[in-house]
Design a protein around this ligand. Sequence first.
Ligand SMILES: *[C@@H]1O[C@H](CO)[C@@H](O)[C@H](O)[C@H]1NC(C)=O
Ligand SMILES: *[C@@H]1O[C@H](CO)[C@@H](O)[C@H](O)[C@H]1NC(C)=O
Length: 246
Amino acid sequence: MCRVLLVLSAIALQACGSSDAARQGDSSGPIEWKPPEKECPRYKELHDGDGFELRTYEAAEWAMTTVGKEHEPIAALFAGIGNLVSYFAGANEANQTIEGTVPFVQAFHLPFHEHGGHHHRKHGRDGDPPHHRRHRQHDYVFALYIPRDLQGKAPKPSNGTNVRLVKTSEYSVAVRSFSGFPKPWKVLRELRSLWRALEDSESDIRFHREVFFLASYSPPQQLRHRHTEVVVPVDLQRTEDVFSYI
Ligand SMILES: *[C@@H]1O[C@H](CO)[C@@H](O)[C@H](O)[C@H]1NC(C)=O
Ligand SMILES: *[C@@H]1O[C@H](CO)[C@@H](O)[C@H](O)[C@H]1NC(C)=O
């Protein structure tokens, strides 16, 4: 069970992921999503409504792996999962089995740079995500959170795992949750919805369009009540630090 960060303020604190998909009108069926049993990174919920959540994640240590851009997406996904799972299963200098965490995070770069990376709602609705890309510009990056009791003291990955330990500073993101399997068309639909919600927001949130994260909380074999999030960095604080790792 994910523990929540306790803060005595009006800011609502959440366990990992919220059950918002149910309220946000995803038509993929009834959702009774519960916070996962596995540990997840802690965050403060700054906002929840108008089609998005705003969260600030605590500084944390992650296991990350990079798979070459020459791979097909599915092959890259399996390689990324394989690398991280082998590290958690004991391919580390202590031969230690590490308790699994959620979410499984994949970073995506989008190929628009015309607007210089920062976007503001005043720029309008240009630049929808593309449906296809012929050539990937970037390698694939995957990450799993290191469990709380090993934060800062996780065993080094064994040579050959292609896993590295990375410490992220506190960062803020906008999040939209959805159910069902994260098929590419659905991910792009949800990403567009998230962008539009941010553009339409009264709060003038500055967000990044050139990168997003897909955070998967449900294992592949789970068929019902799946929970996935599209996540974009926002400029509340120190989001630039996140970019240095991907
Ligand atoms: C881990 O396993 C390898 C191979 O079995 C062994 O050589 C090594 O000493 C083990 N390391 C630790 C810290 O137990
Ligand atoms: C792992 O790689 C490091 C750096 O290249 C090297 O110093 C070390 O001996 C390697 N360890 C093993 C077990 O191969």
